[in-house]
Design a protein. Structure first.
Length: 320
């Protein structure tokens, strides 16, 4: 074990390869550098001790045995518990190569020699604690910091998105609950809201108060209701003075016979007087149809097929 020639790691690699081979071929034991293999190493050291005590081991054989099993002992410790092999040129014998781990020098070759021969190592002690040892502090590289920052930002975005989604789901659920509760007050009166009424003669019928907008196709309060100004919103059926019958669908009144048009009709009725007080059509857009349709027959979604803005504006201007 000199400091010339191969490096200390090359020396250990060569010794451990020999140790594994000899254990397998001579003793039929498989050494795999696991902590579980320490019991097998102990058996090999016991065999060496018995041979030494019987006087069957030469000095050369003892040195080779110490090197092989000492290298395997230290390398197994290093692989499982960490550390690094080092060479001290000022030392000789079993202390020349040692294992350095967490501020402590350990001497595997010396440990194996003691087990085989029973001799106590000379001072200094076999395991030396370095009083002034300070673990090396490894700083974070810019790349690691960049990756960590990216992970943190991504997690923050995901947490924020999750919180927003939950908030939106909660808000939508609460809004749906409030709407369902609101609409339940008016459902019993749909019969009079959707009845057919004759018109009032004259150019200026009295159209005032609060309105409830009923979708005739869906037989439900229309989404248009919630777009109206609050002054037109009734809190209960007793406040309703006008019912707006909303019917949206597809008509065949396009100039092109191959097209049809979406559209809505709003009919305002006064259920208390049993009269129709106003009526207005709102055209949508042309759509491709296989034949001309002369009447409203197919319900369409106002917000998708027809712009609700003109209808809201007309209702707010018509009802005083």
């Amino acid at each position: 074990m000199s400091d010339a020639g191969p490096t200390v790691n090359q020396i250990i690699d060569d010794l451990t390869r020999q140790a594994v081979t000899i254990a397998r071929e001579r003793f039929n034991l498989a050494l795999d550098f696991s902590m579980a293999s320490m019991s097998k190493l102990g058996h090999l050291i016991d065999q060496a001790r018995k041979s030494y005590e019987a006087g069957n081991v030469s000095n050369e054989g003892l040195e080779k045995t110490v090197q092989l099993w000492g290298a395997y002992l230290g390398e197994t410790q290093r692989r499982n518990k960490g550390g690094v092999w080092k060479l001290n040129p000022s030392q000789s014998g079993d202390r020349r190569i040692f294992l350095f781990s967490q501020g402590i020098n350990t001497y595997p070759f010396e440990q194996v020699r003691q087990k085989i021969t029973g001799t106590t190592p000379a001072v200094p002690e076999r395991d030396e604690v370095l009083d002034n040892y300070k673990p090396e502090k490894k700083g974070l590289t810019p790349r690691v910091l960049f990756i960590a920052a990216g992970i943190i930002i991504t997690l923050m975005i995901l947490v924020g998105a999750g919180a927003w989604f939950i908030s939106e789901q909660t808000r939508a659920a609460e809004e749906a609950r409030l709407r369902a509760e609101f609409e339940s007050y008016f459902t019993p009166y749909f019969g009079e809201y959707l009845a057919e009424y004759s018109s009032i003669p004259g150019d200026n019928p009295d159209i005032s108060g609060r309105v409830i907008v009923i979708d005739k196709n869906a037989q439900a309060i229309a989404g248009l209701q919630y777009l109206l100004d609050k002054r037109l919103q009734p809190a209960n059926p007793e406040e309703v003075t006008i019912a707006a019958q909303l019917e949206c669908g597809v008509t065949g009144d396009s100039p092109d016979p191959a097209l049809s048009r979406t559209g809505c009709i709003i009919t305002l009725v006064d259920p208390a007087r049993g009269k129709m007080v106003a009526k207005q059509e709102f055209p949508g857009k042309d759509i491709r149809k296989p034949q001309v349709i002369s009447t409203y027959y197919q319900a369409v979604v106002v917000s998708r097929a027809i712009d609700p803005t003109p209808m809201v504006q007309w209702l707010e201007e018509t009802i005083r």
